[in-house]
Design a protein around this ligand. Structure first.
Ligand SMILES: Cc1cc2nc3c(=O)[nH]c(=O)nc-3n(C[C@H](O)[C@H](O)[C@H](O)COP(=O)(O)OP(=O)(O)OC[C@H]3O[C@@H](n4cnc5c(N)ncnc54)[C@H](O)[C@@H]3O)c2cc1C
Ligand SMILES: NC(=O)c1ccc[n+]([C@@H]2O[C@H](COP(=O)([O-])OP(=O)(O)OC[C@H]3O[C@@H](n4cnc5c(N)ncnc54)[C@H](O)[C@@H]3O)[C@@H](O)[C@H]2O)c1
Length: 409
């Protein structure tokens, strides 16, 4: 076991990018990357898109090939859940027995799907999607499923609904709120996603409550709603959100509040423990508050910043949040950050009905909080610049396609 090591717990995108950065920045001491999953560190976005639809191969999901870790002298310990952190002794405890000492520790333990607390949720054919094995299972099930019910119209729900429709199944989406993605987007643009799926033949049902997943002989047969309605299904996919994996931080006495609380330097309430990725609630100076992001770009960029902070470099992570989706023929990018209802108005440039537009979320002072480009490309840098500037912008100029966005920023 390496003494005085820089130890990273959580070997997915954030963990692998942090290890990569430690070496890229010239750190020559021991680096130990410990992960509960047995797979090499991999990226998840394709698991609900191309990979799930059989359009991209498995080897494309990995952050690095296996030999990369050897070449960069990174001790990769896979299939090894960490069961505890002892900050006083500077050690992490391993499920396989024994412990690993650390000089500095990065927690990049990510998040896990929330479970649906209803009878029948443990039946076969009720599937969640977080890991590559989950994606493989759903991919196999989609080959024979004819009636798919998706519970939750968030990112997982909508992307898997698109995959299931594309595979030829009848699809019903059941969502608790009045529209899909409502908390993230607000009603003005959430409608676009409801229409998109309806236009592709998905039965979208809103403001429903799920009472039970019905079954026979251990197999799911449908979903019963709280109003008594029954929807038949031979496959049920559940995407009702995630919770950050804060158990280690909680037990170690670190400050935790909707994620491991870290500053803009990504240091936790313990000076030798850092956090990044889905699990971190990080102070973002741009927005003046702690934000926990559940997106690929955050793991990709925040973890290298955390690694630089581990190395003692000055770090103030203030990137504009970014995410994207692909559903059927709709491609979208979103930059910025808006809490549910935390905006004054939405301004559109382009044709929302034709699903070719940019939407801007403005505050009462006409500052751009976020922007989303749908089936329009090469504008996201300008959107990020508008968000970053924090300056008021004339809404009519945002609306007018003749006005150059980069110039406005
Ligand atoms: C199907 C799917 C599609 C997605 N698509 C997109 C997308 O299109 N765009 C986008 O922006 N985002 C997308 N996301 C979100 C994105 O994948 C996450 O934000 C990203 O994976 C976060 O990376 P992470 O490394 O912080 O955490 P995770 O990817 O959750 O990885 C954490 C790792 O830590 C391990 N771990 C946890 N606890 C322990 C422990 N005690 N000991 C050891 N190891 C532990 C876990 O097993 C896991 O391997 C998608 C997510 C999913 C599931
Ligand atoms: N393109 C992307 O950025 C992308 C793609 C896939 C996954 N992800 C990430 O994966 C994680 C999980 O995604 P997700 O879709 O599960 O979460 P989510 O938070 O995006 O959406 C969950 C949805 O489920 C609904 N819901 C909650 N409880 C319900 C219930 N009992 N019945 C019906 N509906 C219910 C919510 O109202 C919400 O619309 C998130 O972190 C997400 O950001 C991102």
């Amino acid at each position: 076991m390496s003494e005085g090591a820089y130890v990273i717990v959580g070997a997915s995108l954030a963990g692998a990018k942090a290890a990569e950065t430690l070496r890229a920045e010239g750190f020559t001491g021991p680096v130990v990357l410990i992960g509960a999953e047995s797979e090499l560190p991999y990226e998840r976005p394709a698991l609900s898109k191309d990979y799930l639809q059989g359009k991209s191969p498995r080897d494309k999901i990995f952050v690095h090939p296996e030999q990369w870790y050897t070449e960069h002298d990174i001790e990769l310990r896979l299939g090894v859940p960490v069961t505890g952190v002892d900050p006083a002794a500077h050690r992490v405890m391993l499920a396989v027995g024994g412990s690993q000492s650390y000089a500095k520790l990065l927690l990049s333990t990510g998040s896990a799907p929330r479970r649906l607390p209803v009878p029948g949720a443990d039946l076969d054919d009720v599937m969640y999607l977080r890991t590559v094995q989950d994606s493989d299972r759903i991919k196999t099930a989609l080959k024979s499923a004819s009636r798919v019910v998706v519970i939750g119209a968030g990112w997982i729900g909508l992307e898997t609904a698109a995959a299931a429709r594309t595979a030829g199944a009848e699809v019903t989406v059941l969502e608790a709120l009045a529209l899909p993605l409502l908390r993230v987007l607000g009603p003005e643009t959430a409608r676009v996603f409801a229409e998109l799926h309806r236009d592709h033949g998905v039965d979208m049902r809103f403001e429903i409550g799920v009472a039970e997943i019905t079954g026979r002989a251990g197999r799911a047969t449908g979903v019963r709603l709280t109003d008594g309605t029954e929807v038949d299904a031979d496959l049920v996919i559940v995407g009702v959100g995630i919770a950050p994996n804060t158990q280690l931080a909680d037990a170690a006495g670190l400050a935790v509040s909707n994620g491991i609380v870290v500053g803009a330097d990504l240091v936790s309430s313990n000076p030798d423990i850092y956090a990044a990725g889905d699990v971190a609630s990080a102070f973002n100076p741009l927005f003046g508050k702690h934000i926990r992001l559940e997106h690929w770009a955050n793991a990709l960029n925040q973890a290298p910043a955390a690694a630089r902070s581990l190395l003692g470099q000055p770090v103030s992570y203030d990137r504009v949040p970014y995410f994207y989706t692909d559903q059927y023929d709709l491609g979208m990018e979103y930059s910025g950050y808006v809490e549910p209802g935390g905006y004054d108005k939405v301004v559109f440039r382009g044709d929302a009905a034709a699903r070719e537009f940019i939407a801007f979320w403005l505050d009462a002072g006409s500052r751009v909080l976020a922007g989303m480009n749908v089936n329009i490309w090469d504008v996201n840098d300008a959107i990020q610049a508008l968000v970053k500037s924090g300056q008021p912008v004339d809404p009519d100029a945002l609306r007018d396609p003749a006005v150059d966005l980069a110039g406005l920023a």
